[in-house]
Design a protein around this ligand. Structure first.
Ligand SMILES: *[C@@H]1O[C@H](CO)[C@@H](O)[C@H](O)[C@H]1NC(C)=O
Ligand SMILES: *[C@@H]1O[C@H](CO)[C@@H](O)[C@H](O)[C@H]1NC(C)=O
Ligand SMILES: *[C@@H]1O[C@H](CO)[C@@H](O)[C@H](O)[C@H]1NC(C)=O
Ligand SMILES: *[C@@H]1O[C@H](CO)[C@@H](O)[C@H](O)[C@H]1NC(C)=O
Ligand SMILES: *[C@@H]1O[C@H](CO)[C@@H](O)[C@H](O)[C@H]1NC(C)=O
Length: 126
């Protein structure tokens, strides 16, 4: 199954990427994905450097396992429906993150100070 195929038709789940664990770049912008990040065990994606799931309908929390990936440097999740608070730690490479236009709450985590982090249009406290 080609990745482009999911653009056709109605909304898709994320589970179809579950076995693509050797990818280092995965870009699925505006692919009508309706799912939570918990549908995929990201801890198996040990080579993943860039993940872009912007402009979908991803709901629920951002899992700690995703942020902790050792090789992940770029994480773009803007324009989804993520909720809950951000995990309290990130992996060593993760310096460039975009969570703009979601429904995240809680406080801005302390690791934010060492990263390029876009949080506009959320519901963060102080
Ligand atoms: C994909 O799009 C084509 C052309 O619009 C359509 O004929 C086909 O039924 C669609 N396939 C699925 C699985 O939605
Ligand atoms: C992933 O691989 C396992 C083992 O080969 C298989 O059972 C499972 O159906 C696959 N999952 C997907 C989403 O392709
Ligand atoms: C996720 O994958 C890791 C590494 O393969 C494994 O240790 C863990 O048990 C898996 N978690 C789930 C919920 O399947
Ligand atoms: C987004 O996902 C939620 C939860 O699964 C669903 O209720 C809603 O209809 C979806 N919205 C769109 C535009 O697909
Ligand atoms: C999300 O949508 C807004 C409004 O359409 C847009 O200004 C913004 O650039 C988008 N965010 C991302 C990460 O593309």
């Amino acid at each position: 199954r080609r990745i482009g195929d999911i653009v056709n038709g109605s909304s898709s789940s994320l589970a179809f990427i579950s076995n693509m664990t050797s990818l280092n770049t995965l870009v699925l912008r505006n692919c009508r994905i309706s799912d939570t990040l918990l549908s995929v065990n990201f801890s198996k994606f040990t080579s993943l450097n860039l993940l872009d799931l912007s402009f979908n309908n991803i709901t629920g929390q951002v899992p700690q396992t995703l942020l902790n990936l050792n090789s992940l440097g770029f994480l773009f999740l803007g324009n989804n429906s993520l909720s809950g608070s951000l995990p309290s730690s990130v992996g060593p490479m993760l310096k460039n993150l975009d969570f703009s236009y979601n429904q995240l709450t809680g406080s801005v985590p302390s690791w934010a100070r060492n990263s390029q982090l876009n949080l506009v249009a959320n519901n963060f406290g102080a």
